[in-house]
Design a binder for this molecule. Structure first.
Ligand SMILES: C[S@@+](CC[C@H](N)C(=O)[O-])C[C@H]1O[C@@H](n2cnc3c(N)ncnc32)[C@H](O)[C@@H]1O
Length: 285
């Protein structure tokens, strides 16, 4: 398997990826909310932000296979001095349409661990826009991502392996305690089990997964676990070492840990146990 993490501007680096060679692009771009990413200033004019996402989406459409998909993570964000909410997923949808992508689902990713607001309702979701190049020809391995039925002991679980995970997903955000355990400095790390789910449902073993805003490399780590190739681009050089270390530690977690047939509490327990083991193994090398 190939894991290619390169430091630089993804708009330039994407030009080096040949046409039609990537089955899945999955990414969480900067949201323009002032996160301390280092080199990238995460507070730019909205037009410039739109141009960045549009440029990247255009290149992604070029490198995707004809049956490829783009999963773009965006969220409603407070904008400017008034902190009016700007629904970035709406802009993401417009950009998808301008680039010929069809929206297959707008997944709601919900979580509990996030700051509380006092002058509006506290935000508890982000969206993942699932765009496909061809609405009649794309990969969707539903059987690989079925989850338990809500009623415990439901016999259908044995018959067809569980229910459709729907377009509302719960995954805990990566908190500071976990970042400390993994020795990560990146401010916004994706939940690994969520990216494993996307890779399972939208790719085949041996495919290539691309993340143009790779940060600490979660998408590459998930690709490694699932036996896919990974390409990641990141503007700030400080995160390359974090990604390499994660590939050596979390990248060794067996794919079986991410089986969806357990309830959420059991899934979390299995994942955290495997993550602890992966990290402590490297320490003892
Ligand atoms: C939301 S973070 C991605 C986090 C990642 N999903 C993870 O799990 O670690 C967005 C990243 O995009 C990077 N970035 C911003 N502009 C970029 C550009 N033009 N090319 C490549 N990376 C860029 C930022 O430095 C930041 O690390």
């Amino acid at each position: 398997m190939i894991f290619d993490y390169r430091t630089g501007d993804c708009r330039e680096l994407l030009k080096t990826v040949p046409d039609g060679t990537v089955r899945l692009a999955v990414t969480s771009p900067p949201y323009n909310i002032g996160k301390p990413y280092g080199k990238y200033k995460d507070k730019i004019a909205l037009n410039d932000w739109q141009e960045l996402i549009n440029d990247v989406t255009r290149e992604i459409c070029r490198v995707l296979t004809p049956d490829g998909a783009f999963f773009l993570n965006l969220s409603p964000v407070p904008l400017g001095d008034s902190k009016e909410i700007m629904p970035l997923p709406f802009i993401g949808y417009q950009i998808f349409k301008e680039n010929g992508l069809y929206l297959r689902n707008m997944i709601t990713w919900t979580f509990n661990n996030m700051q509380n607001c006092t002058n509006r309702l506290s935000g508890r979701y982000e969206n993942i826009l699932w765009g496909v190049k061809d609405i009649d020809n794309y990969i969707f391995h539903l059987d690989d991502v079925r989850i338990p039925y809500i009623t415990k002991g439901d016999k259908r679980l044995d018959e067809n392996g569980g229910r459709n995970p729907t377009d509302v997903w719960y995954f805990d955000r990566v908190n500071n305690m976990t970042k400390k355990k993994l020795n990560l400095t990146h401010p916004t790390v994706y939940p690994l089990p969520m990216i494993v789910r996307i890779i399972k449902m939208a790719t085949n073993p041996g495919d290539t997964v691309l993340d143009p805003f790779a940060g600490s490399g979660t998408s590459l780590v998930a690709a490694k676990i699932m036996g896919r190739n990974g390409i990641g681009f990141e503007l700030d050089e400080r995160y390359e070492e974090e990604c390499r270390r994660r590939l050596e530690t979390e990248g060794r977690i067996p794919a079986s840990v991410f089986e969806e047939k357990y309830d959420d509490a059991e899934k979390t327990r299995r994942f955290q146990k495997a993550q602890d083991k992966a990290v402590s193994n490297l320490e003892s090398l």
